[in-house]
Design a binder for this molecule. Structure first.
Ligand code: NAD
Length: 513
């Protein structure tokens, strides 16, 4: 692949030709079948990772349960110090880890580095948070009583992640969970197992340097059957799962059956509204990056552009023009804008979506297609496509994880655009391009966007770690990362203390003996 010595990168990250896929920290084992990781960049086999069996899983849970006893009684700032060191180690390994993300998943090297930067940022956030796990005090209705609430560590947090953010999603969860005093068991996507192995090596070194026990950071590998070992296990009080809505429904019901907690980060169907007062240049950059960045494989990728009829032709022409300038190819070559899809199954889904939109009456204005020949040997490279479509088309209602952008018109007031924007099952990210204060405030009001993320004069894709991240409806309702998202990783306890010699009851109830 262009410009990188992948063997050196793998060496720096402790990845061998065959790797054990189960780990409790510095102990690695596994007796299941190997998963071979193939790069979508060049179709080459990178390395293999063995899967976790039920027996291996039991060892992991026993180790995590033991570790929790030590970890939860350390002070939160002490745990924050471990996370600080982890962030430092990530700074040191940013380049090789960014390269591995790019090579195993297929996103551009810049985006691979960006993903590692997100890990570093969340570590910094978590370090500060470790001194701010605040509860509240309340005034008691009973005299001589004090009432407050506090947050305690929860236990084992099970993390199930998707292929498209193979390292950052783990860090979003784990950095917060650790300062909260939880221990973590991570099952990465079966499509990006080496990113999991690399991250586990990085944290294992830090835990060892600090003489901490095995079990604080654990790794398991395999497909959904391995994920199900956690979702059905009541020893794992919280499951944080990132992936498709289909997966989320199954996970929620399994975890719900045992009354566990789940944090769900599922699919999106994100739109940008372009009003008559939009800045055209900003709209084009925001829409094109949102639609083709990560080859349309972000949960926040822009899928729909809802354009006012008075601007429609102008916006359409400018975007079609911009698409002509896109270079598609090796994501590690910085001249390219668009890399491959994750695998050939994703290519099939892309092709079938393009077929479907035409069958439903849509019109392709930038034709897609699968690329072949030199540089495209993996069979995973596709051309970003644009179709004019209606919001109610079945295919438009559906999240296709590929660079396909649907254009649609609205007329009249911004309310009509908001109705279209909200008229899908998913509710992750949304944006409006406008310099009109009334339109932007309407979009952000209670009758505006129904999504977890609503942006003004920014596209739908990409988010900072300081805010809570997640979405409503079929996106699952979970929130991760910044703001007070940490609370889900802890259990809340309300405490009332009586410092009198009487025992008055609440609500003035009399109970005389
Ligand atoms: P996926 O649903 O196929 O898999 C995600 C993870 O869930 C994998 O680790 C998989 O092994 C596991 N899994 C699947 N079925 C399971 C089950 N029944 N029990 C336990 N685990 C199970 O998703 P993907 O193709 O890897 O990722 C793409 C999807 O993820 C898109 O829909 C995208 O929008 C979504 N996503 C959402 C966010 C977000 O924060 N909202 C972030 C990234 C990706």
């Amino acid at each position: 692949s262009a410009g990188i010595d992948i063997k050196k990168t793998l060496d720096q990250l402790g990845i061998k030709e065959t790797n054990q896929g189960t780990s409790t920290g510095n102990t690695w084992f596994s007796s299941g079948d190997p998963i071979t990781s193939i790069s979508p960049v060049d179709g080459e086999k990178i390395a293999s990772v063995t899967t976790t069996t039920k027996e291996d899983y039991e060892k992991v849970i026993a180790s995590a349960q033991m570790a929790f006893k030590t970890w939860r009684v350390m002070t939160a700032p002490q745990r924050g110090e471990v996370v600080r060191q982890f962030g430092e180690e990530l700074r040191r390994l940013k380049e090789p880890l960014g390269q591995l993300v790019s090579y195993e998943m297929g996103k551009s090297y810049q985006e691979g580095l960006g993903e590692v930067q997100e890990m570093i940022d969340i570590c910094d956030f978590a370090v500060g948070l470790s001194r701010q796990l605040h509860g509240l005090t309340m005034h008691s209705e009973r005299p001589g009583h004090r009432m407050y609430e506090q947050y305690h560590s929860l236990g084992i947090v099970g993390i199930i992640s998707a292929f498209n953010f193979p390292v950052a999603v783990w860090a979003w969860n784990t950095a917060l969970a650790w300062v909260c005093g939880d221990v973590c068991v991570w099952k990465p996507s079966v499509k990006t197992p080496l990113c999991g192995v690399a991250c586990q090596h990085i944290i294992a070194k830090i835990l060892k340097d600090n003489d901490l026990p095995e079990g604080i950071s654990c790794l398991i590998n395999g497909d959904y059957t391995v994920g199900e070992m956690m979702t059905t296990d009541s020893r794992v009080p919280l499951i944080s799962a990132t992936g498709s809505t289909r997966m989320g429904r199954i996970v929620a019901s399994k975890v719900g059956e045992r009354l566990g907690k789940s944090l769900l980060e599922l699919g999106g169907n994100n739109a940008i509204i372009v009003t008559p007062d939009a800045d055209l240049k900003m709209t084009v950059i925001g829409a094109v990056f949102g639609a083709v960045g990560t080859a349309g494989q972000r949960c926040t990728s822009t899928r729909r552009l809802i354009i006012h009829e008075s601007m429609y032709d102008k916006v359409k022409d400018a975007i079609v023009d911009a698409y002509k300038q896109l270079n598609i190819g090796d994501p590690l070559d910085t001249n390219n804008h668009v890399g491959p899809l994750i695998d050939t199954d994703a290519v099939k889904m892309y092709e079938s979506a393009l077929k479907k939109v035409v069958e439903e009456g849509g019109k392709l204005i930038v034709e897609g297609g699968v690329l072949s020949g030199e540089g495209y040997e993996s069979g995973c490279y596709v051309k970003p496509a644009i179709a004019e479509a209606e919001n109610e088309f079945e295919i438009v209602q559906h999240e296709t994880f590929a660079p396909i952008l649907y254009l649609m018109k609205y007329s009249g007031e911004v309310e009509n655009a908001i109705e279209l924007q909200n008229g899908v099952a998913q509710g992750l990210s949304s944006a409006i391009m406008t310099n009109n204060l009334r339109e932007s405030e309407r979009f952000l009001s209670v009758t505006g966007s129904d999504c977890g993320i609503a942006n003004v004069n920014i596209g739908t894709s990409g988010a900072e770690i300081g805010g809570a991240f997640g979405g409503e409806k079929d996106t699952g309702g979970g929130r991760e990362s910044g703001s007070d998202a940490w609370k889900v990783y802890m259990r809340r306890q309300t405490n009332t203390i009586n410092y009198t010699t009487e025992l008055p009851l609440a609500q003035g109830i009399k109970f005389d003996l």
